[in-house]
Design a protein around this ligand. Structure first.
Ligand code: AMP
Length: 415
């Protein structure tokens, strides 16, 4: 079933959204992108004459009630975004009465699902090494099913519009789907868009296909790097991982971020790229700083020769040109992870060069997908989010989907 095919008139819909929005110390929302992202789905249900039960997690309360992570803080913002009053259920597992009382057009927002350990389904307070862990896990899985069943009992239909958590088999993202038949569960519009964007990258690859992987470490990106090697023509590796590659090749990297236990891995990646005919593009120069701060002294160095007391914090001018030239000639582009410490205004040039080249390639007909928390923050910082083909809301979920893994949240609905 697709959301467009379904008539919500007179139906109660329980919708899993990702309202894990950033809040300031006074509980005010600092970026409402995620709320706006869910509006097309929520409005379609209300406009059809349905009623809404909205559920989400916020932060990591680890299975305990914690007012700091209460969704009550965003009730008024959700109401303003939808243009209708919103009721709040202060206990997500005891909202049956409030849900039953909903009339068409009315909205109920449930308290943070992760106040219950059943949402994530991981046993709490017991170490993985403990001999009793397996039994505790089994018991928690049973409790997770009960919790999901309670949530499912509130509604006639289940909609999942939370791509950011689609790679998790949680009660509200996957298990709940078992309590609805195929005609009464579906992906929301945001999810559909995300799935299509990934499909576009994976199934209809126009070449050359260039992936740009940045960020801080090789170790956290190795799965996706290895997987991409079978798909891409050009693989640009940038950001902090540059220095692990430089050191692995005998370079002096000074105080740069470097994973000394991953030097062999870096050499293996280089060998594998060669074997597969992938054009691996690594930084050749960098903007080094004499401290990890925006206002430190800087100089341009070869990545192979960074003095002690200095660290590479951004891509240098030659590297930027190399990256931009590769990107400009591409027809499919995936960008995950910044090329430097873009949070510091003086070290944005590398990421900016990448973003500008992606925008140019997109104007020339390339399909460009930017995803993962930091790259999204980066493209937003440059005000260029509207000039790439698609900006994904998913970090881990996006990477797992591109790795070719089946996301539990999507499998639960599509089978
Ligand atoms: P990740 O979470 O692995 O995608 O890494 C993103 C982070 O990597 C951002 O916060 C960047 O500031 C950081 N980063 C990028 N380049 C460097 C670098 N050369 N040295 C230290 N951190 C970096």
């Amino acid at each position: 079933m697709t959301i467009d095919q379904f008539d919500f008139n007179g139906k109660k819909a329980i919708v899993r959204v990702d309202f894990n929005v950033p809040l300031d110390e006074n509980g005010h929302i600092t970026d409402d992108t995620r709320i706006r992202g869910a509006l097309p789905t929520l409005k379609k249900i209300l406009n059809d004459g349905g009623s809404l039960i909205i559920m989400s997690h916020m932060g990591k309360p680890k299975g305990k009630v914690n007012p700091k992570f209460s969704l009550g803080q965003i009730k008024d913002a959700v109401s303003a975004a939808l243009g209708v009053p919103v009721e709040f259920a202060p206990d997500c597992a005891k909202a049956a009465e409030a849900a039953a009382a909903l009339k068409p057009g009315q909205v109920l927002l449930l308290e943070n699902l992760r106040f219950y350990p059943e949402e994530e389904g991981k046993p709490v307070g017991i170490d993985k090494e403990d001999p009793a862990y397996d039994a505790a896990k089994k018991e928690m899985k049973e409790r997770q099913k009960e919790f999901a069943k309670t949530l499912a009992g509130y509604a006639d239909v289940y909609v999942n519009d939370a791509f950011g958590t689609a790679h998790r088999r949680h009660a509200s993202t996957a298990v709940i789907a078992d309590y609805f038949d195929a005609d009464h569960k579906m992906l929301g519009y945001l999810m559909e868009k995300e799935v299509n964007a990934v499909d576009n990258i994976l199934s209809d690859i126009k070449r050359p296909f260039t992936a740009i992987m940045g960020g801080s470490k090789v170790s956290t990106k190795i799965g996706i790097i290895e997987n991409l090697m079978d798909k891409v023509d050009n693989l640009i590796l940038c950001g902090g991982m540059t220095y692990t590659f430089a050191k692995a090749q005998g370079g002096k990297v000074g105080d740069s971020l470097c994973e000394n236990d991953k030097l062999q891995l870096a050499l293996d990646i280089m060998a594998k790229a060669k074997e597969k005919g992938v054009n691996l593009v690594l930084g050749v120069d960098c903007v080094a700083g004499d401290a990890f701060s925006n206002d430190c002294n800087t100089k341009i160095c070869s990545v192979m020769d960074i003095p002690e007391g200095w660290e590479g914090l951004d891509a240098g001018p030659e590297t930027r040109k190399l990256f931009a030239d590769t990107i400009r000639g591409s027809k499919t582009i995936l960008w995950n992870g910044p090329a430097g410490v873009f949070e510091f205004d003086n070290f944005t040039a590398g990421s900016r060069a990448i973003a500008d080249a992606i925008v140019e390639a997109t104007k020339n007909g390339a399909f460009s997908l930017v995803g993962g928390g930091d790259s999204v923050a980066c493209i937003n910082k440059f005000g260029l989010a509207d000039e790439v083909s698609y900006v994904s809301t998913g970090g881990g979920a996006l990477l797992e989907a591109i790795e070719g893994k089946v996301l539990p949240g999507i499998a639960a609905i599509k089978g």
